[in-house]
Ligand binder design. Structure first.
Ligand code: PGA
Length: 264
């Protein structure tokens, strides 16, 4: 894992946006795996800004979102389809026909989970996957105890996740109990992964993810098994890392190497 400790959540947003812009610059038809929640909002604002400045064109990209609540329709303001349209897809000019979500049509959920996996595969897999992390170490809606070999499926949300997400709803009773989510193995199939975390509330989950054992009890720890993961943290989210000084040293060396070999 490449651990990058940055001075603020704003810089985390900027750095994550740079990684996405670089990917799409190099490969305008990239397949992006995208996340919802409070953390990626800053990233998406940066991407919208880049489009407004004519720096990038996302119309050739295909996207796959990590998850969606069961029981909210696409026009519900807390559905992830609505969130993505509002914060990224419409203002940044994505082609909505190429923006995919797991189907939450209850009648057909099992077959549609397999279809989602097949669709990702048909597109040659995900080039770059963006991730947040739950306070309990979940990624997407792979709650604690999720199999490290899991694929897209329906999951019951934990009381902690529903509590954490209640801030987006009028009351906790309105937070859905079920979601369809990519599995941990689905996420690990991506070519490159960027995990972002900001704020003290994520510090313990980040410590366990980066420095703890690989365990289904901390689903994000499975990222230790992936060869190309960048973890972007603000100082608060990094505050419980025992090897923080080492990660800072490595990053300085890495940045120096990158700038010395960067094409002119
Ligand atoms: P957050 O959610 O970005 O709203 O903190 C992250 C997550 O639960 O994966």
């Amino acid at each position: 894992m490449r651990i990058v400790i940055l001075e603020s959540s704003q810089v985390v947003a900027q750095r994550s946006a740079e990684i996405i812009l670089d990917q799409v610059d190099r490969s305008p038809e990239s397949t992006l795996g995208l996340a919802t929640g409070g953390t990626p909002l800053g990233t998406y604002s940066e991407l919208v800004r880049a489009v407004e400045q004519d720096r990038i064109d996302f119309s050739g990209c295909t996207t796959f979102n990590l998850d969606e609540y069961v029981g909210l329709d696409a026009e519900h303001p807390q559905s992830y389809r609505y969130f993505m349209r509002k914060h990224l897809f419409e203002p940044a000019g994505f082609d909505l026909d190429h923006c995919h979500f797991p189907s939450v049509d209850f009648e057909d959920i099992l077959a549609s989970c397999d279809d989602y996996e097949a669709l990702i595969e048909d597109h040659g897999g995900i080039d770059l996957q963006l991730l947040g992390i739950g306070t309990d170490g979940h990624i997407a809606f792979n709650e604690q105890g999720s199999s490290l070999a899991s694929r897209t499926r329906i999951k019951a949300l934990t009381a902690q996740t529903r509590k954490d997400n209640a801030r987006f709803f009028d009351s906790i009773d309105q937070v859905p109990e079920l979601a369809v989510t990519m599995g941990i193995a689905t996420i690990l199939d991506a070519q490159k992964i960027v995990l972002m975390a900001t704020g003290l509330g994520k510090a313990e989950a980040i410590r366990a993810t980066v420095e703890g054992p690989v365990s289904a009890s901390i689903p994000a720890s499975a990222l230790q098994l992936h060869p190309k993961v960048t973890v972007l943290l603000d100082e608060q989210a990094a505050s419980l890392l025992e090897r923080a000084d080492y990660y800072r040293d490595v990053e300085l060396i890495q940045r120096r190497l990158e700038t010395s070999v960067a094409p002119k």
